[in-house]
Design a binder for this molecule. Sequence first.
Ligand SMILES: Cc1cc2nc3c(=O)[nH]c(=O)nc-3n(C[C@H](O)[C@H](O)[C@H](O)COP(=O)(O)OP(=O)(O)OC[C@H]3O[C@@H](n4cnc5c(N)ncnc54)[C@H](O)[C@@H]3O)c2cc1C
Length: 407
Amino acid sequence: MEKPHILVSGAGIAGPTLAFWLHRAGFTVTIVERSPKLRASGQNIDIRGHGLTVIERMSLQDEVRAKKTNEKGLRFVDARDHCRAEFPVGDGTGFTGEIEIMRGDLAIILYEATKKDVEFVFGDYVTGYKESNDGVEVEFANGQPTRKFDILIAADGWSSRTRKIAFPDKNDSCVKSLGQWGAWFSLPWQPSDSGWARWYNAPRGRMLLVRPDNERVTRASMWIIHDSKKFQEAQQANEQDQKQLMKDLFADAGWEADRILKEMQNADDFYLQHIAQIKIDTWSRNRVCLLGDSAFCPSPISGMGTTVAIVGAYVLAGEIVQHWPDYAAGFEAYERKMRPFVDKAQKLAPGAPALANPQTQWGISILYFLLGLVAWIRLDKIMGASFSPPATAMELPDYGTLRLKTQ
Ligand SMILES: Cc1cc2nc3c(=O)[nH]c(=O)nc-3n(C[C@H](O)[C@H](O)[C@H](O)COP(=O)(O)OP(=O)(O)OC[C@H]3O[C@@H](n4cnc5c(N)ncnc54)[C@H](O)[C@@H]3O)c2cc1C
């Protein structure tokens, strides 16, 4: 009997994780990735709770741990770089996860773990598809002939083009703005960067964050509460114009803003992103199913995006395999099991992100006073995870040795 053939759109984190498990169960998997090569970029991401358990079940924990950034924790600092509240890494349930890794390192680890067994097609993407009783006929952008697959999984990130094709009626309304924008880029390390993440608030909803990586490069990000058209326009503009916008907005921010803005001009990994969540009332339609950020991006401020993507990929693979050939029942079980976990991951701290990014110096003083108090009496420990929702807030299914029943 011919093996079922699954097409996955997107070779980020969720796509290769799903492919790993489906291949192991006996499926044939093709991943189509829009970028001409693996996008091994991005900054510090967290793998928490069940995300780590899935990594362990893939036997990739040693590779992942070897790439940890070893961030010591988070310090809130004032304009003179004095620490006003300190949250050490501890057990990894706070701001700094147990596993902090550069996104690119994780993407490479997952690619290396799958590339022998999975067909990767780089520099192409899905432009349309036709469904029939026995499969889905997929069209691609780069003129390769249409190809037939059993099902199509959209794991192509929060602005998923495949989602747009499958859910034209829901695509615009599923992007929920959090009213904040962020820009990310790298800086040369300097001694003040130490091994701690440093968070600095400036009035008018601005925040600067610098974090260590494992190669003595400092990863910086600039965040601003802003819901004006300026950023919508900037998203379509070129990189120089985007950098200029951030420069204008942060020029008088204080602390290390001068250094960060100067280095931003030379950064070749700059990117600007709208801080938003993806919330859509169903993750599948016929033979197409959404996964990872494409289905349920919780936003970078949740600290949970990578964990839910990895767990979601494992659960989707498990349910597809267990229900095959009834893929619809598999999609339904995946959504039923994952929804409550995703809902918790998307539940941000009350008032986030506005309360953590006050508009006035007075508001910042109150925020730092409260954070100092929380850090001093270790209220974050008493209350459990203070910065991100528990990453074990579901019973993780154990699919054992995944095998197609027909084999
Ligand atoms: C370049 C990059 C940098 C990132 N940096 C950070 C970061 O610094 N901090 C953080 O918290 N999160 C970051 N993220 C997001 C983070 O990786 C995800 O939130 C999370 O890991 C979920 O992964 P995902 O696989 O669902 O999506 P992603 O990791 O976004 O992967 C989606 C993949 O799909 C590809 N793709 C996009 N459109 C198409 C298309 N039409 N057809 C085929 N493929 C397509 C993308 O190139 C990418 O490889 C970044 C994502 C990317 C792509």
